[in-house]
Write a protein that binds this ligand. Structure first.
Ligand code: AMP
Length: 287
């Protein structure tokens, strides 16, 4: 059902709207994004619409989760198009604060999650999950939704958010949403727009590779050897692999030998300057 979303930019306006809904006994879902919305984001929105009476989508390119040499300044910003897509879906409110609303002068607080942030994107992007943790905590406390939905595309991020929401007793249910892909298998991402035509043609190989590995790894006697070979092949094809790792689905502990518990295979690789990530479920070995 199409609607016209109001865009609010202050926490006061956001809370006013939420409290009106609460007075009417309505439930609220939050879908945090950095904008440049694609079908992956929209699938989370649709999931949210099934779970709550009201859906808020936040759009905020959070500077604290970008490293010094990352793409903060060139990250795509297209609020008008985003609003049109959300109007089409019939969401209820867009929260699009400016940077000084989220980080006013004197801002000094940080949240650091240990354990689950070690390695994978946490290893390659120092400080990234501190930035995610502080902004998501703020968004959750500003909105106080019943449920907040995050994509499995950023699987480590989803686990980090579940961890600190539990640890900090934030009264919200955190739910994951499945990865949405292009027809050729490439996981949708706002960053795919950076790819040149040639890079875009190479990009689907990343998913093809991990999909193949997800089949072969449970039967493999030497998973490490297979992973090393796959890194070589991806690099040969034009990627620069950052990591390709098998980890426990829940704890994200590295899996070195036989796969005895449900696992997930994680990959991050550069194509030129664009960093792509993806992941896939790997079944445990049947005994
Ligand atoms: P972003 O705008 O990239 O910060 O993403 C906002 C939310 O959308 C995060 O929870 C992401 O995990 C999720 N997301 C991004 N891409 C996809 C995708 N292809 N499929 C499902 N969820 C996604």
């Amino acid at each position: 059902m199409a609607s016209t979303n109001n865009i609010v930019r202050t926490v006061t306006a956001l809370r006013k709207k939420v409290s009106e809904w609460r007075k009417n006994g309505q439930t609220v879902a939050l879908v945090p994004t950095m904008g440049a919305l694609h079908e992956g984001h929209l699938s989370l929105v649709q999931q949210a619409q099934k779970k709550a009476d009201r859906v808020i989508v936040s759009i905020f390119v959070n500077p604290t989760q970008f490293g010094k040499n990352e793409d903060l300044s060139k990250y795509p910003r297209q609020e008008k198009e985003d609003k049109a897509k959300l109007d089409q879906l019939g969401t209820d409110l867009i929260f699009a604060p400016r940077v000084d609303q989220m980080y006013p002068e004197g801002f000094s607080t940080s949240i650091s999650v240990s354990g689950i942030t070690e390695g994978l994107c946490g290893g390659s992007r120092p400080g990234h999950f501190d930035g995610v943790a502080i902004i998501v905590t703020k968004l959750l406390l500003q909105t106080l939704p019943d449920i907040a939905i995050f994509g499995e595309k950023d699987y480590q991020q989803l686990q980090v958010i579940k961890r600190f929401a539990t640890d900090l007793d934030i009264p919200v249910r955190i739910e994951g949403g499945a990865i949405v892909r292009e027809a050729d298998g490439l996981a949708m991402s706002s960053r795919n727009s950076y790819l040149t035509k040639t890079q875009r043609e190479t990009a689907p190989l990343l998913y093809k590779k991990i999909k193949g590995l997800a089949k072969s790894l449970p039967k493999a006697r030497t998973p490490k050897k297979i992973l090393d070979e796959a890194v070589g092949e991806l690099n040969e094809a034009g990627f620069k692999v950052d990591y390709l790792e098998l980890r426990d689905t829940k704890t994200l502990e590295p899996i070195k030998g036989k796969i005895t518990a449900p696992a997930r295979l994680f990959v991050a690789a550069f194509l030129g300057k664009t960093r792509l990530i993806d992941n896939i479920r790997v079944s445990k070995v049947r005994s």
